[in-house]
Design a binder for this molecule. Structure first.
Ligand SMILES: Cc1cc2nc3c(=O)[nH]c(=O)nc-3n(C[C@H](O)[C@H](O)[C@H](O)COP(=O)(O)OP(=O)(O)OC[C@H]3O[C@@H](n4cnc5c(N)ncnc54)[C@H](O)[C@@H]3O)c2cc1C
Ligand SMILES: *[C@@H]1O[C@H](CO)[C@@H](O)[C@H](O)[C@H]1NC(C)=O
Ligand SMILES: *[C@@H]1O[C@H](CO)[C@@H](O)[C@H](O)[C@H]1NC(C)=O
Ligand SMILES: *[C@@H]1O[C@H](CO)[C@@H](O)[C@H](O)[C@H]1NC(C)=O
Ligand SMILES: *[C@@H]1O[C@H](CO)[C@@H](O)[C@H](O)[C@H]1NC(C)=O
Ligand SMILES: *[C@@H]1O[C@H](CO)[C@@H](O)[C@H](O)[C@H]1NC(C)=O
Ligand SMILES: *[C@@H]1O[C@H](CO)[C@@H](O)[C@H](O)[C@H]1NC(C)=O
Length: 544
């Protein structure tokens, strides 16, 4: 044993010394031993070209940066991984789990890189850590006769939409509006989009899954059982295993749909209309998704600014039917036939994601995010309409920030018909709409503290108007202000501070599932689900 392993080490060292000129040290580094472990544990060979270390700064930085959307987490002061591995096969993912375990290395998993707090590529609580980036696992197979699709975790929602539309004009899938999201992270947190009022969340339309569990085994729905399968559809990423692929149930869409965007400024009665929208939008025909995007008219604080509210909609039907509904339910918006644009569902995907109307659909295959900057975001759910007085105070705070941004997303319809405990995503019946608050800036750390305190002030201001006990939040809009697992400790009390906001009482069931499938907490990050604390000698009692 001793002989063969030292032989192996010298072979590996030789291999490294000839293949990586920058690694001149004769003692093996963690990067070298980990690579050797991956190679030994993989059925398929591990090419060096998919293995990145800080020894090669340029390729390491570019792969780390490649899908990171929040530049706050690329700053030099932010902890960096010691290895980034981009697996080419499922076996590579399994080997990564086995080797991370063996070396006691903390593991982060990235699919599309849109995590608001970058827990998929930054660990603030443990060092060293490695990043497993699934960017190369993005195959998609669409089966129109069966109405299903298998898509690997590294695929973006835009790629999935594209591959469906390539085969059928009347099929689609209800998940994110933003097309560069990775389905690996996105669907684990729920996944809402323009068809949510008709068909629910992406997570509501998942039929099966392939996942690598904490012991390195590949599990599908049948092998994992219904409890774990439940937890994966809304319980948040990075807690239960590494999703390899989802099996999706396609939905039927009309051959043409209708979209519009109508903008009203304060001077045009935006406040009264917004007050009315809160009562009407969640009760509209399920086929109509009418959201509001709220921005300042200019980023210049000293200019004469106004607040612009853009009513941005997808209707799964024709313009005349839409005009009928709008005329009856929201006449004050003054929608006209000229505002309505008829198009295929796949074009509406591009429209809702904000691409110019001359963009070809192939842009969806590039998987590039249009939004990459410094930002901080938060979320709320609203259960009773915010009075006009509340809206006026909100406008005042808006004028204190250069680039304030909110999206108000209406619920109701299919969202309200799914029971609160059917999936871990609990924001269902009784929710009128969700608010996303976002502040972004380009000048790095210069005014960062001011921007961060502005959004926290806005959030405090909104407290009285939004859901309470708990004040709900969307796990896919991860917000570390809500609390964090601290290094080494995973206390239920600590985790409840954000867990109850994201999952309400489903949190306790998630904790139980976690204790069963990953009792030693291998899959962990700042806001992962903690395993239930086990009393020494007992079989596991829920404490705290
Ligand atoms: C610009 C922008 C627009 C957005 N628009 C929408 C929208 O329209 N609808 C919506 O619902 N949400 C939206 N979001 C939020 C989005 O759903 C989440 O950020 C989601 O987690 C992104 O998934 P990802 O794979 O791209 O991110 P990642 O950063 O790769 O991962 C997010 C989380 O999931 C974990 N994870 C990643 N891959 C896996 C895997 N294979 N297995 C297990 N865990 C994994 C990570 O560890 C991390 O915890 C938006 C976000 C941004 C930045
Ligand atoms: C570093 O990475 C770049 C880009 O991938 C590659 O061209 C170069 O050969 C690498 N350098 C070394 C020393 O491995
Ligand atoms: C990340 O990469 C993009 C694209 O190459 C570049 O524009 C940006 O400056 C990089 N950001 C950071 C913070 O390194
Ligand atoms: C901002 O607006 C003020 C008042 O209109 C103007 O004087 C100033 O030049 C503007 N600043 C910038 C950077 O545009
Ligand atoms: C500010 O703009 C509004 C309309 O955008 C206008 O009615 C108002 O007179 C302007 N005020 C000043 C001081 O320019
Ligand atoms: C595309 O957008 C441009 C500019 O916004 C507009 O003038 C044009 O009418 C649009 N074309 C179509 C087909 O909608
Ligand atoms: C779309 O139109 C704009 C200007 O109207 C142009 O700059 C851009 O190159 C066009 N894009 C494509 C993909 O044709």
């Amino acid at each position: 044993m001793a002989f063969s392993s030292s032989l192996l080490i010298s072979q590996v060292l030789f291999f490294f010394l000839v293949s990586l000129s920058s690694w001149t040290s004769a003692t093996s580094t963690i990067q070298q031993t980990f690579f050797r472990c991956l190679s030994t544990n993989s059925m398929n060979s591990v090419p060096l070209s998919s293995y990145y270390t800080p020894y090669n700064v340029s390729s390491f930085t570019s792969v780390l940066n490649s899908t990171a959307t929040n530049f706050r987490y690329l700053l030099p002061t932010v902890p960096k991984p010691v290895i980034i591995f981009t697996p080419l096969s499922e076996a590579h993912v399994q080997a990564t789990v086995l080797c991370s375990r063996q070396f006691g290395l903390a593991l982060r998993v990235r699919s599309g890189g849109h995590d608001y707090e970058a827990v998929s590529y930054v660990s603030q609580i443990e060092s060293p850590f490695i990043v497993l980036d699934l960017a190369h696992l993005r195959a998609i197979q669409v089966d129109i006769p069966r109405g299903t699709a298998w898509a690997q975790a590294g695929a973006t929602v835009g790629e999935v939409y594209y591959r469906i539309a390539e085969k059928s004009k009347v099929h689609g899938f209800p998940m994110g509006v933003w097309t560069s999201l990775g389905i690996g992270g996105h669907i684990t947190g729920g996944a809402y989009g323009s068809m949510m009022r008709k068909f629910g969340l992406g997570a509501d339309n998942v039929l099966d899954v392939r996942m690598v569990g904490s012991k390195g085994k590949i599990l599908d729905r049948k092998a994992m059982g219904e409890d774990l399968f439940w937890a994966l559809r809304g319980g948040g990423g990075g807690s239960f295993g590494i999703i390899l692929a989802w099996k999706l149930k396609l939905v039927n869409v009309p051959e043409t749909v209708t979209v519009f965007t109508v903008t009203k400024s304060l001077e045009q009665g935006a406040t009264k209309l917004l007050y009315k929208w809160q009562q009407v939008a969640p009760k509209l025909d399920d086929r109509l998704f009418l959201r509001v995007i709220i921005q300042a008219s200019s980023a210049n604080l000293t200019a004469n600014r106004t607040v612009a509210t853009s009513y941005n909609a997808l209707f799964l039907g024709d313009p005349n039917t839409l005009l009928g509904i709008m005329g009856k339910r929201v006449p004050k918006l003054g929608l006209t036939l000229a505002d309505c644009i008829k198009m295929s569902w796949i074009r509406s995907v591009l429209y809702m994601a904000g691409y110019p109307n001359n963009t070809t659909r192939e842009v969806l295959l590039q998987g590039k995010s249009l939004f990459r900057t410094y930002y901080k975001a938060k979320s709320d759910f609203v259960r009773t309409p915010i009075p006009e007085k509340g809206l006026l105070g909100l406008q005042k705070i808006y004028f204190e920030e250069e680039i304030p941004f909110m999206i108000w997303t209406p619920y109701g319809g299919a969202m309200a018909r799914v029971p609160e405990s059917a999936t871990p995503f609990p924001h269902r019946h009784g929710t009128l709409f969700k608010i996303q608050y976002l502040v972004s800036w380009q000048d790095g750390t210069k005014n960062m503290a001011r921007h961060m305190s502005w959004i926290r002030k806005l959030y405090d201001y909104m407290g009285p108007y939004v859901s309470k006990n708990p004040r709900e939040a969307y796990v896919n809009y991860r917000d570390l202000d809500l609390g964090m697992n601290k290094k080494g400790v995973n206390s239920l009390t600590e985790a409840s501070s954000w867990g109850l906001k994201y999952y309400k009482s489903n949190f306790y069931r998630l904790v139980q599932v976690k204790a069963k499938v990953d009792p030693d907490n291998f899959f962990r990050h700042e806001q992962s689900i903690p395993p239930l604390p086990v009393k020494r000698g007992s079989k596991g009692v829920l404490m705290g």
